[in-house]
Design a protein around this ligand. Structure first.
Ligand code: TYD
Length: 134
């Protein structure tokens, strides 16, 4: 499985750093929804789902957290701790987020509105769906 980590250009100078995210320039889809996680707990794991259609891109704006990505064949664990990097998460990838630092702010850009019917929340269902398609 390829991890798609996008390196954003950081416009830094003595005043600080600035990263700009733009549809189809450094973000590989049209951004329809933005949400963010904060006040997370270091011992709480979350996510535990895949999406049928949704594509997302995760950026840790502050602090750090780990992502487990699983395509049904392979699992990859990645540390996000750099606000100049975005993790592209395509559909049919099981994800779990954990090891949140106390100050973590995790921004997620999505290509669709929130839609519960797009979620696969049962891991066995996910495994059956991805193995059936391959
Ligand atoms: P949940 O899917 O449990 O979050 P995670 O995948 O990070 O563990 O979402 C938490 C709650 O927020 C749940 O009640 C659904 C709601 N929610 C929205 O209303 N809109 C959204 O865009 C998202 C991502 C979640």
């Amino acid at each position: 499985m390829d991890i798609k980590l996008i390196q954003f250009q950081s416009h830094g100078d003595e005043r600080g750093s600035l990263v700009s995210l733009e549809d189809h320039k450094n973000i590989p889809f049209t951004i329809k929804r933005v949400y963010y996680l904060f006040n997370t707990k270091d011992d709480v794991r979350r996510g535990f789902h895949a999406h049928k259609k949704l594509k997302q891109l995760a950026v840790v704006l502050k602090g750090s957290c780990r992502f487990l990505l699983d395509d049904g064949k392979e699992k990859i664990d990645i540390l996000l701790d750099n606000p100049s990097q975005g993790l592209y998460i395509e559909s049919f990838l099981w994800r779990e987020m954990y090891d949140f630092s106390e100050d973590c702010v995790l921004l997620v850009l999505a290509d669709s509105f929130y839609d519960e019917s797009d979620y696969i929340r049962d891991y066995q269902d996910f495994i059956e769906i991805v193995n059936h398609d391959s």
